[in-house]
Design a protein around this ligand. Structure first.
Ligand SMILES: [Zn+2]
Length: 368
């Protein structure tokens, strides 16, 4: 069927005649062949998945049945926010990329953790796997750099006066990420359908919409109705608990995502408005628009599901993040050999500051 809804998809420079992509893939394949290991999750990652899920349900059970004080319950909501972000980054993300298990059904089941936590996995796959991973950092195609008018994440987005303060007010708005997803899922679904990303028709369409609504009801039932019935809390106290959890998770997820793509390593003075074709082949475009950070920080790598090895993730999204530290060496060396600038921040702090500096620059009239 001819697709008439996306007439101006960005084009990448042809990779024909370039040895880089071919050599990169050959080097990575050779590593897995020699090491004789699977590209999917290893034992440590499966353990992490169990730990995250047990932590989530364990903390939730404590909230419902421990009889703890209001302040301790509130602390558990903060903890749940951290765990929710951890599940999103370390399990849901892998499963929906198909990198957690070689068994598609297992990936599908763990991919539903998104739905259980309030976000449609079908929309996530469209927005993240298909759009963000293909058209990384390209305005109007990668929704991660669509600040919806509230933020200016790329020079291609129009500047508003309020953006002058975006390096300050992010502290308030980043926390609304997951809540925004929760409420926008139905409209997001119809948007992706118009773009031709959901191809199934007829009864399948009803099943897709029904699944989204079903999981919204599941989320409302266990997040709101259940605590409201079991605990001796008022309506507004339960809402504050949910808000706390979501705000913590939203802030963590936003910051981690942004530090990998929206940072002050771009030379804005040299940045021409995107004209529909990138100067780079797809692989190089990914490397030029993606940044690693704090790759030696094992705790961070563990918690954020290898998203600090973002370059590796973008080049090999179907390989489990268990293997990113090894692939990092291989990709970096291959890029160096071909004169491609592999960009990274040594520490979390460095990347975080770079993101804020970039927000400030994009908000200033200098780069209008
Ligand atoms: Zn991804």
């Amino acid at each position: 069927m001819k697709n008439t809804t996306l007439p101006t998809l960005p084009k990448f420079k042809s990779a024909a005649g370039s040895n880089f992509s071919r050599e990169l893939r050959a080097n990575v394949e050779s590593y897995f062949r020699k090491a004789d290991i699977s590209k999917f999750a290893n034992g440590a990652l499966k353990f992490k998945a169990i730990l995250l899920l047990v932590s989530f349900f364990g903390a939730f059970a404590l909230i419902l049945f421990s009889g703890w004080s209001t302040w301790l319950i509130w602390s558990l909501c903060i903890f749940l926010g951290f765990v929710k972000a951890g599940i999103g980054m370390g399990l849901m993300h892998d499963a929906n990329h198909g990198s957690f298990s070689k068994n598609r059904l297992v990936n599908k089941i763990f991919g539903y953790t998104a739905d259980f936590l309030g976000v449609s996995s079908s929309n996530w796959i469209n927005q993240h796997n298909k759009l963000h991973h293909t058209y990384t950092n390209i305005y109007e195609h990668d929704e991660d750099v669509n600040g919806k008018g509230l933020f200016r994440f790329t020079k291609d987005a129009p500047r508003k006066k309020m953006h002058r303060f975006q390096h300050i007010y992010w502290t308030f708005f980043y926390g609304f990420l997951t809540m925004g997803w929760f409420f926008a899922d139905i409209s997001a679904y119809s948007k992706y359908r118009k773009k031709g990303l959901n191809k199934k028709q007829g009864v399948y369409k009803a099943i897709e919409v029904g699944t989204i609504i079903f999981f919204k009801l599941v989320y409302i039932s266990y997040m709101f109705v259940l605590p409201y019935l079991v605990l001796d809390f008022a309506f507004w106290q339960v809402i504050i608990g949910i808000f706390t959890l979501e705000f913590v998770a939203g802030t963590i997820l936003s910051v981690i995502f942004q530090m990998a793509h929206v940072v002050d390593k771009f030379d804005l003075s040299n940045h021409d408005k995107f004209d529909g074709t990138t100067k780079d082949e797809w692989t190089v475009h990914q490397i030029h628009n993606t940044f690693d950070f704090a790759v030696k920080n094992k705790l961070l790598t563990w918690y954020c599901g290898g998203l600090n090895f973002q370059v590796i993730h973008h080049l090999f999204p179907t390989i489990s993040h268990a293997h990113y530290p090894k692939l990092y060496e291989i990709v970096k060396e291959t890029a160096r050999k071909h004169g491609i600038n592999y960009q990274e921040f040594k520490t979390f702090r460095e990347a975080f500051i770079s993101h804020l500096v970039f927000l400030k620059k994009l908000g200033s009239s200098q780069f209008a």
